[in-house]
Ligand binder design. Structure first.
Ligand SMILES: Cc1cc2nc3c(=O)[nH]c(=O)nc-3n(C[C@H](O)[C@H](O)[C@H](O)COP(=O)(O)OP(=O)(O)OC[C@H]3O[C@@H](n4cnc5c(N)ncnc54)[C@H](O)[C@@H]3O)c2cc1C
Length: 664
């Protein structure tokens, strides 16, 4: 039966009422923010089961332990670590909350405040002229602040990012005779078969005869129920006498540093997993969600803007702890057999309290170093090498080295020409043209055969209109080409380095003017062959230096290095300098944005680009023979015709790419 969708508007709408929303509601209630508020709760499932077990550690000073005391059902003061005896946790305790106890608190508040509650799938959260809204069964419900904790989707991992899973299956068991050490919980017991993964068991005893025994796997492959039950059977038969299974818990937490979809809607605040509250290397989120709820509540009490607490992907994975997480994730994905060795040596060499402070990201750099020095180096070094290769610095560094190499080969020498033109041709075929040959996928993500003829016709018509502009008035053609190229280059780089729109355009225009203007005579030679055009003035070699200053001021190393190789590139011949920027910087960046937008693999993009990639070369051949012959008659290479063709081809591409950049 469809729920009745209430009309009216609300002060607060909670989209998803799982852990993060519940923690926030409790905090807001504690701060008195809900007394006269109109609140709407929406979830697609009834939160009336014990669907999760939430554990977290805290010391006596931390507010979380005090605030959630009424629902903490068990606390352990001692732990059994791998290959060790019982160890006191002091000053920490390891605390357990059953999800149902948390949800019940919200049920009580809902009943006493008479909040509206809908059991339904949220279709969309968006905004229009009247403000933000939540759409349920095609009906818009408005709220001043919308808290979004719906389960997020992760994008495919790029470069140095990793997405793996923490999958687990737990049995709540009751033993016939009291178990050994019922007061201590067993943390990461690696004494189970690894089967090529990183897997271990937790034992949380709730009484001398009841315990949750949970087998957990970190890795790319999710632990399936039959294999988990096999491992649990072996483990329980080794550690417990006869027992009965009371309940089963199964779950999966993303261990990921990939980006999540972001709505960018004013008035929408992200919570929980959606706000990057899950620590990638451990899967722990509960404490982060609680402190996030406190921060939000404080801001609301002070009348501040809660949306400012929305975390962006680039901020979530900044800093040294994010870097450590990234290394460990990479090891767990690529060298899963190393996981056991790393964790065992961690617990062997480092006290549990220090490990907990490290996982809470509260240790200082010296303490971090003292932890890492004890760990096996090899897996970390190989992961570091991979990370450096995939870091955002690697491409600008490679381009700088390439520019230096080409400079060393001598200006316009045969060797320089052979090396650079071979590389540029390879780049143009593999990335340059293909990055513009998936425009047919950009708006819907799939190729619609029914609409194919319409799409191709529109694309060709836009190309033809550009060709006609060139034929009618080549100065106008050049002007329009430079304008939309500046926009397009700036848009790609601006999205990479988080520029605002005017700065993006100004950067795109600066690069174009710089590359052309520092090669005044060569540019004019080509422009003459494009219809008797010429640049009004040359550009000084230092002209990009203000951008270098800006990059340093913004502490953006990859931007700064890009400016440096562009400055060096001014000493290379025009076509090489432009080609390095167009392929090495623009096409690769555009490709990354397209991949993120379509959320498909690189291979898949390349395969999808093939028909239009080949079509582009065919069109070029046609264009070359049909274009009026004033072009490049005296030139060994037909650069004039080539650039006019690129102007025509790129016009519809620039328009198509707006879909990608509008969605960012
Ligand atoms: C089994 C399990 C055990 C965990 N144990 C721990 C732990 O011990 N310690 C720890 O720190 N972390 C733990 N975590 C990780 C983390 O704390 C939890 O995942 C936590 O629930 C995340 O909170 P959340 O609010 O982001 O998501 P959730 O609690 O999952 O809440 C999201 C809610 O949104 C609803 N929803 C989603 N999409 C829609 C839609 N389109 N329309 C309507 N409703 C929607 C869902 O039904 C759900 O109720 C655990 C995770 C799992 C899965």
């Amino acid at each position: 039966m469809n729920p009745i969708i209430p009309s009216g508007s609300y002060d607060y709408i909670f989209c998803g009422i799982g852990a993060s929303a519940s923690l926030l509601l409790l905090e807001m209630h504690r701060a008195g923010l809900l007394q006269n508020a109109q609140v709407l709760l929406i979830d697609r499932v009834k939160k009336d089961t014990r669907d999760k077990t939430f554990c977290f550690w805290s010391d006596d000073q931390e507010p979380i332990g005090h605030a959630l005391k009424p629902i903490i059902s068990h606390s352990w003061e001692t732990v059994i670590l791998p290959n060790k005896d019982e160890t006191p946790l002091f000053p920490y305790t390891y605390n357990h909350i059953s999800s149902i106890d948390l949800y019940k608190q919200i049920d009580q508040l809902r009943e006493s405040f008479q909040w509206t509650h809908i059991l339904a799938e949220i279709e969309v959260i968006s905004e229009d002229a009247d403000g933000p809204f939540v759409q349920v069964q095609e009906q818009k419900i408005r709220g001043t602040t919308i808290f979004d904790s719906r389960t997020p989707n992760h994008a495919l991992s790029q470069g140095g990012q990793t997405h793996i899973h923490q999958s687990f299956v737990g049995w709540m068991i009751e033993t016939q005779i009291a178990m050994d050490s019922p007061l201590a919980f067993r943390f990461m017991d690696f004494n189970i078969e690894q089967l090529g993964h990183t897997q271990f068991v937790y034992v949380l005893p709730f009484s001398p005869t009841t315990a949750l025994v949970e087998v957990t796997r970190f890795g790319s492959e999710i632990l399936q129920l039959p294999e988990a039950e096999e491992l649990l059977k072996k483990y329980t038969s080794q550690h417990f006498n006869s027992y009965t299974t009371l309940a089963i818990e199964q779950g999966c937490i993303p261990m990921s540093n990939t980006p999540m979809e972001s709505l960018n809607v004013s008035g929408v605040v992200y919570l929980g997993a959606r706000n990057y509250n899950i620590k990638p290397s451990t899967g722990y989120a509960f404490k982060n969600m609680y402190y996030h709820a406190r921060e939000l509540t404080k801001t609301m009490v002070n009348g501040g803007n809660v949306c400012e607490h929305n975390v962006k992907h680039s901020d979530a994975f900044r800093g040294r702890f994010a870097f450590y997480d990234a290394l460990l994730l990479d090891i767990l994905k690529r060298q899963p057999a190393e996981g056991k060795r790393i964790f065992l040596s961690l617990f062997e060499s480092t006290g549990i309290q220090k490990v907990m402070r490290f996982l809470d990201e509260k240790t200082n750099f010296q303490e971090d170093a003292s932890i890492f020095i004890q760990l096996p180096w090899k897996p970390f070094l190989s992961s570091l090498a991979r990370k450096l290769f995939h870091s955002e610095l690697s491409r600008p560094i490679i381009l700088t080295l390439l520019t230096l190499l080409l400079l060393v080969l001598g200006y316009n020498t045969d060797t320089q020409r052979i090396v650079s033109y071979s590389l540029l041709a390879l780049g143009l075929i593999t990335v340059g043209i293909p990055h513009g040959a998936v425009d047919h996928l950009l708006s819907t993500g799939r190729w619609n055969l029914k609409k194919a003829s319409g799409f191709i016709f529109k694309y060709l018509a836009l190309m033809l209109s550009m060709a006609l502009v060139w034929l009618y008035n080549s100065s106008l053609g050049l002007g329009v080409f430079l304008l939309y190229s500046s926009w397009h280059f700036g848009q790609a780089d601006g999205a990479l380095w988080h520029f605002k729109k005017p700065a993006s355009f100004f950067w795109g225009a600066s690069v174009l003017v710089y590359v052309l203007g520092t090669h005044f005579q060569e540019t004019n030679a080509i422009l003459r062959s494009m219809g008797d055009l010429r640049l009004p003035a040359a550009c000084p070699v230092w002209a990009l230096l203000p951008w270098l200053g800006w990059a340093i001021w913004r502490k953006q190393s990859s931007f700064a290095i890009t400016v440096i190789w562009l400055l060096l590139g001014s000493q290379l011949p025009l076509v090489i300098a432009f080609g390095l920027y167009f392929i090495g910087q623009h096409s690769f960046t555009g490709w990354q944005h397209i991949q993120r937008h379509l959320n498909i693999s690189h291979q898949s993009i390349w395969v999808h680009s093939l028909p239009f990639n080949m079509g582009a070369w065919l069109l070029f051949a046609l264009f070359y023979f049909l274009w009026p012959a004033q072009a490049s008659l005296n030139e060994p290479l037909p650069w004039g015709v080539f650039f006019i063709f690129i102007a025509c081809l790129s016009f519809p591409h620039v328009l198509a790419m707006q879909t990608v950049y509008r969605a960012k």
